[in-house]
Design a protein. Sequence first.
Length: 255
Amino acid sequence: MLGALFQEAGFLSFRAACVATARSLPRSAGDEALHAAAMARFVVLVPLAPKSRSRMRLYYGEPDAPDKIGWCMSNWSVFSNSRPVLIVFAGLPATGKTSIARELCARIGAVFLRIDTIEQAIRNSPGVSQAINEEGYRVAFAVAGDNLRLGRIVISDSVNPVQESRDAWMEVGRLTNSFFIEVEVVCSDAESHRQRVETREASIPGLILPTWEEVVAREYLPWSRDHIVIDTAHKTVPDSVDELHAAIMSLALRS
């Protein structure tokens, strides 16, 4: 059955594939199917009926022929009915935000905006002597908006510590009619987090990394709305990205 459906859709067979028509299943069954399916790396969406846009059948699995379905991840905005997608990361330094954001960008072909990179470029500019406050975020908001208006997927990487910055990102999503996703990355193991802080090296020339004492003392407000939380304690980056990928797909299908 699956093989025939794949051929009708113009794709080759999948290994370990599973099928879920999430919105037509009872919630518990749909959640179980989504969890199992979303852990796969690739997704193919095929309309249930000609010209159908409201309901999609989803095929998940590892592909036998990746070149036949590479478009699935590069055109990932199909999850949100062809709207642009804005994924906003947040979390204290050294929780794993940048590693996860970069890997997710590589998987889905997103535009990557890192506030640390923007702020360091501003610091390196001739004539800039004052401390950087909100300038880096304002640049990122503008660049994100330009790319979202082109229908792109944009991923922002920053500490994003206060309500004002989180609301500003949400406003960027609203103004560009984007599917908006907030992701908080945490490390629940304090000892592991401290080790990361004390052993990591700066990947941006000239960037001075914070000490553990500075990380602990940094202002970082609790969240006031629902969002995805990824705990990176004792997890690899690929495992964390798989978990996030699953959560995003489930959220998109339930919205």
